[in-house]
Design a protein around this ligand. Structure first.
Ligand code: ZN
Length: 366
């Protein structure tokens, strides 16, 4: 068990056997034997590994009942192997924490992911993704307002969303797949929020569009994820419509416009967490502006370099609180003790205890 964990932590840190050996003064043959379970490292060596690999000591001893067995990614694109290994390490670690947290509850506080019944069942043309997105919003009681925390919304609907820091050179494009049969979406933790949200909504599109698409062009693979693919366009259309429904676009911009002020798009971006360019597409798709007006604005975006970097403050990365909430809830319901709660959160016990006391003191003051 320690061996598998060591292997995983080493891969997640992006180190070869030799590199880890150089940094720890343990020979690479010994490390290889530890990883294969042929030898057991001493506690001193484990402390050294933990320090070098950036994990806490108990990582090596975390119980097996939360072990994740099947992770499948639907697309890997051109991601370098080392980067994929690092991302995969994050996915395993966080997915395991989730599993462990949920297993504390006699009845899972999170429903299993299911596409609601009663949504439009076949999509023949692109415009119908509006209906699909509206149907899903309705089924999930989201109204037509901005969705403040899409990561937590999806998590609470049973999608495992993992934020990773492994993206050091901007080569990470997001990943989707399944973890032990549960839908999985991986995004960069520090990406601008509008990019996180569009990626999430696009992948949600894949989940709800599966089995519904009947396009005239033959050979559309429902699992394909290639740029320019008709299914990709549908998922992008779905993402925009889900993040900012037609009703909201018309409510903010009016039903028909000949021109738009770029500042209107800045404001929409910050209200709905959707890039200015995506808001511009929403205005076109909702019939507020015509193709010529859209093209004119699109040209302006190109001329000013806004297609690469949009003007104004970026939309901040999403904050997530659901995991922490469920840990404190488990503590509050007496399902777990303080030290286990601290371990699941990855916080030293002393620090966790102080955090907990502060919150209790704050609550008592009211
Ligand atoms: Zn896709």
């Amino acid at each position: 068990m320690i061996g598998q964990r060591l292997l995983r932590a080493r891969k997640a840190a992006g180190l070869s056997l030799r590199e880890l050996a150089e940094r720890t003064c343990v020979s690479h043959t010994a490390i290889s034997k530890f990883e294969k379970g042929l030898l057991t490292p001493s506690s001193g060596q484990l402390i050294e590994f933990a320090k070098t690999l950036g994990v806490r000591g108990e990582f090596f001893f975390r119980p097996m009942q939360a072990e994740i067995t099947g992770v499948e990614y639907r697309k890997k694109a051109s991601m370098p192997k080392r980067l994929l290994d690092r991302v995969h390490g994050d996915v395993l670690d966080q997915a395991e924490r989730w599993q462990e947290l949920l297993s504390l509850y006699p009845d899972s506080p999170i429903e299993a992911f299911a596409v609601p019944r009663g949504l439009i069942d076949t999509i023949h043309e692109e415009g119908q993704v509006e209906t699909l997105a509206e149907g899903l919003r309705q089924a999930w009681s989201l109204g037509a307002s901005p969705i403040p925390g899409l990561i937590d919304t999806l998590k609470s609907k049973g999608v495992r969303v993992i934020g990773t820091d492994a993206d050091d050179q901007g080569k990470f494009d997001g990943l989707a797949g399944t973890v032990d049969g549960v839908p999985l979406i991986v995004v960069g933790r520090h990406w601008p929020g509008d990019r996180q949200r569009f990626t999430l909504a696009h992948e949600l599109g894949h989940l709800v569009l599966a089995g519904r698409v009947v396009l005239e062009r033959p050979g559309v693979d429902a699992n394909a994820c290639i740029r320019g693919d008709p299914l990709e366009r549908l998922c992008n259309g779905f993402a925009g419509a889900f993040l900012m429904p037609r009703q909201a676009v018309i409510g903010h911009l009016g039903a028909h416009r000949r021109r738009l002020e770029p500042n209107e798009l800045v404001l929409l971006k910050h209200e709905y967490g959707l890039s200015m360019q995506a808001c511009l597409f929403r205005a076109l798709d909702a019939g507020v502006i015509d193709a010529a007006t859209h093209q004119g604005l699109f040209r302006l975006f190109s001329e000013r370099g806004w297609r690469k970097q949009e003007p104004g403050a970026p939309y901040p990365p999403e904050e997530t609180i659901l995991f922490k909430q469920l840990v404190f809830r488990a503590l509050g319901e007496g399902l777990v003790g303080e030290s286990k709660a601290a371990e699941i959160l990855g916080v030293p016990l002393g620090q966790f205890h102080r955090q907990r006391k502060l919150e209790a003191a704050g609550a008592a003051a009211h």
